[in-house]
Design a protein around this ligand. Structure first.
Ligand code: SF4
Length: 754
């Protein structure tokens, strides 16, 4: 049994991390109570009965399936207000559009929920409130006369349920297009592609509870303390169980170094030292580092020969490729030394069990899929699959994205991952659904904006999302949106993209939250657990409607004679059909109340040694590391998140690093070379020709690497540069940094860094 207190794990001997930069959890709780004071009982019912609409860990009320204690974090508390706030003064959309356009996204959200359908035509000074009938007929009439190849659907991850994703993708196909995509495209699509090609299932192979007690937990390009905060509680229990935690990242994330878990008294008071070892890789250097590590493992004979012989293919090719890669190149590309690679290899060799977790530091590159394969190569070489405390985990940031893709809200796959480019799949679904499923491949989310810019989209139907904020080069995105004849924005509050001027018509449709949807809904979390979240009755906001009902009603009005093919009487009927058409989700039809869940594949996948690839084997990939070429005086910039959820920003300061949101994180060495001090203003110029002003924040980041906060720094990111296999934008840029006042001398910069 774990000891009640373990002083050797304490972050410090000072109680409550006095003087440290850290989140103030108890203040956040107070703020949330205040913000939800209008409907405190409803807020409490959501917290205690609902499945969290935040990140991808998943809850039943404030409990989970990993540990016995409370499961709650400030992301969920901050999102709570969106679920309880009242209607906005909608008249402002009619008579104060110019005023609304001056507001930031956060200020627009503060106004409250979107309560009524609204329409704005080209040349109108504002929106006009309309009936649901008028709005739906307007949309249906336009879709009916539009070439389906010029219609596109996009779905956010804002708490949408599997039921909404399923109906939306079915509607898209009913209307004749595969142009349907979801928010995973801008974060984890390389994980799905990479995992399918290596081990067969585009999901975590293992459960969160396996983190606790695994010998080695490796976090690659992932800041889970910030983005999935309750994982720090899992890490606390893992440390108590003897797990070693290793981090591979260009920046030494403070929240991964030590953390104060508020609901664990020992940790809340004394903090917990999380990270045991750290490898400061250069941005884009992961493949070189992992290849070097694997090269060393091979040289030492530290791999699982029996597992490799029985269950894998591609080992010999991989070995030959690594033998041809010299250490000097691997060191230069990774930014780490051969000794670092040896040290990581020893950690792996000394662990009987291990789990590799990654996130967007790995995926958001032109070589995101290759990065994922490099991580998986390590796991397969050790036989770290198919048994407890071993696995690979692409940890998702949002509650909807795993299920959204799996139930078919993607352009290249039908429900259950059935490839669209396979005529057998198209025929099977055409029979199941009773209408012809289109065969032409669909556009990915980023391509939809590019197509709009090129004048190739006539109807763009968005459930949530804000492309103006999430995609590179906002001015380009705005121009693209302004060219689309009909834009439909279905959401719970007003966003800046809704206010972009119409080419012909913009329709706003007020949506219900996941908790308001009759019949409840389900989400699928990162560990493949399909979780039921019940209908939690609360105050009705204006005429907001359930999202799956809206989608099917639009489709039924386009083709009234085929209404019976596309309308579901209730949410249970949707779950019944999901279970019927995608056996992967068998059991979803039995979920009816809080706490009901089913984990497809069980606690861990591949336990029989059979992988879900066509030949049943796990596939090694021989990978050539990419080189990030940095001309003298230039830096590689990557994007980071602060106190935010997706593009919803909750604080002007990153509570983990203490950096204000206009910061440029830079190493002391680089700051000294540039003669800039902490807080000094600089101009950051990107190779896309754009620039922005930032303030210097000197921190523990790899020299020649800098970070700025996303989405503000999207202006610096090049458009139309994506991973070819997965379509995720490359959220990195080569930049120059120009001090905005006279240089102060080399010594001053160095002094500031001490
Ligand atoms: S860690 Fe994620 S799932 Fe858990 S409460 Fe926070 S946002 Fe919700």
């Amino acid at each position: 049994m774990a000891k009640l207190i373990t002083p050797s794990l304490w972050a410090d001997w000072k109680p409550f991390g006095l003087g440290e930069k850290k989140p103030h959890h108890f203040w956040e709780i107070f703020k949330t109570v205040w913000q939800n004071k209008r409907h405190p009982l409803y807020a409490w019912r959501i917290l205690s009965r609902g499945c969290c609409d935040g990140c991808s860990l998943g809850t039943m009320g404030m409990k989970d399936w990993t540990m016995s204690g409370i499961h709650l974090c400030t992301i969920r508390l901050n999102l709570l207000k969106l679920n309880t706030m009242a209607a906005m003064p909608w008249q402002r959309l009619e008579n104060d559009l110019a005023g609304l356009k001056q507001l930031s996204s956060a200020q627009l959200r503060e106004l409250g929920r979107l309560p009524y359908p609204m329409v704005r035509r080209r040349g109108d000074a504002g929106f006009r409130r309309v009936s649901w009938d008028e709005a739906l007929d307007l949309i249906a009439n336009k879709i009916r006369v539009t070439n389906p190849q010029r219609i596109a659907f996009y779905l956010t991850s804002r708490g949408l349920t599997n039921e909404v994703y399923y109906v939306a993708q079915k509607v898209a196909r009913f209307l004749g297009t595969n142009h349907v995509d979801n928010a995973a495209r801008v974060c984890h699509s390389p994980s799905s592609v990479g995992l399918k090609q290596t081990v067969g299932v585009g999901a975590s192979s293992v459960s969160y509870k396996d983190w606790i007690g695994t010998d080695l937990l490796v976090l690659v390009g992932s800041d889970i303390a910030n983005n999935q905060p309750v994982t720090t509680k899992y890490l606390y229990y893992a440390k108590k169980a003897g797990t070693k935690i290793v981090v591979i990242n260009p920046y030494k994330e403070p929240g991964l170094t030590r953390y104060w878990v508020p609901s664990v008294p020992e940790s809340a008071v004394m903090g917990t030292r999380l990270m045991d070892d750290f490898f400061q890789v250069s941005t884009g250097g992961d493949i070189a580092f992992l290849n070097g590590t694997l090269k060393y493992l091979i040289e030492q004979g530290w791999f699982n020969q029996e597992f490799i012989e029985k269950h894998t293919v591609g080992w010999e090719e991989l070995k030959a490729e690594l033998a041809s890669q010299d250490w000097e190149m691997l060191e230069r590309f990774s930014g780490l030394t051969r000794d670092d690679m040896r040290r990581f290899a020893e950690l792996i060799h000394n662990a009987r069990t291990g789990i590799l977790v990654w996130s967007m530091g790995i995926t958001q590159h032109t070589f995101g899929v290759q990065n994922v394969k490099a991580v998986v190569n390590i796991a397969i070489s050790q036989g770290w699959l198919g048994k407890e405390h071993c696995g690979v985990v692409p940890i998702r940031g949002h509650s909807g994205v795993q299920g959204g893709a799996e139930v078919g809200a993607v352009p290249d796959a039908l429900p259950g991952g059935a490839a669209v480019n396979n005529p057998d799949n198209v025929e099977r679904f055409s029979k199941l659904w009773g209408f012809d499923v289109p065969e032409a491949p669909g556009m990915r989310a980023v391509s939809m904006i590019d197509a709009a810019y090129d004048g190739d989209v006539d109807v763009f139907y968005c459930s949530g999302g804000n492309f103006l904020e999430v995609l590179p080069e906002p001015d380009y995105v705005r121009e693209a949106l302004e060219k689309i004849p009909l834009r439909v924005h279905q959401d719970i509050y007003v966003t800046t993209q809704m206010l972009v001027d119409p080419a012909e018509t913009v329709v706003l449709l007020p949506a219900q939250t996941r908790y308001e949807q009759p019949g409840g809904g389900t989400e699928t979390n990162t560990e493949r657990r399909i979780i039921f979240t019940p209908h939690i009755p609360g105050p009705q906001v204006g005429e907001a409607r359930c999202e799956w009902e809206i989608f099917q009603e639009v489709a039924a009005r386009v083709y009234p004679d085929k209404r019976d093919k596309i309308t579901f009487p209730n949410a249970q009927a949707i779950r019944n059909e999901i279970a019927q058409v995608m056996p992967l989700y068998a059991g979803i039809e039995t979920l009816r109340k809080k706490g009901d869940q089913v984990q497809y594949g069980g606690r861990y996948l591949y336990k029989d040694g059979q992988f879900k690839t066509p030949d049943g084997k796990a596939h090694f990939f021989a990978l050539k590391p990419p080189e990030v070429v940095l001309p003298a005086g230039q830096f590689i910039l990557s994007t980071r998140r602060g106190k935010q959820f997706n593009s919803l920003i909750y604080s002007k300061k990153d509570t983990m690093s203490g950096a204000p949101r206009d910061s440029l994180l830079i190493s002391a060495e680089d700051a000294a070379a540039l003669h800039v001090r902490e807080g000094e203003r600089v101009r950051v110029k990107s190779d896309n020709g754009q620039s922005m002003e930032c303030r210097i924040h000197i921190d523990k980041i790899k020299p020649r690497n800098v970070q700025a906060f996303w989405p503000e720094c999207n202006v610096l990111i090049r458009r139309r540069v994506c991973d070819v296999a997965a379509g995720v934008p490359d959220y990195n840029a080569i930049v120059e940094i120009e001090p905005l006042r006279a240089a102060v001398g080399a010594g001053a910069g160095a002094a500031a860094a001490d």
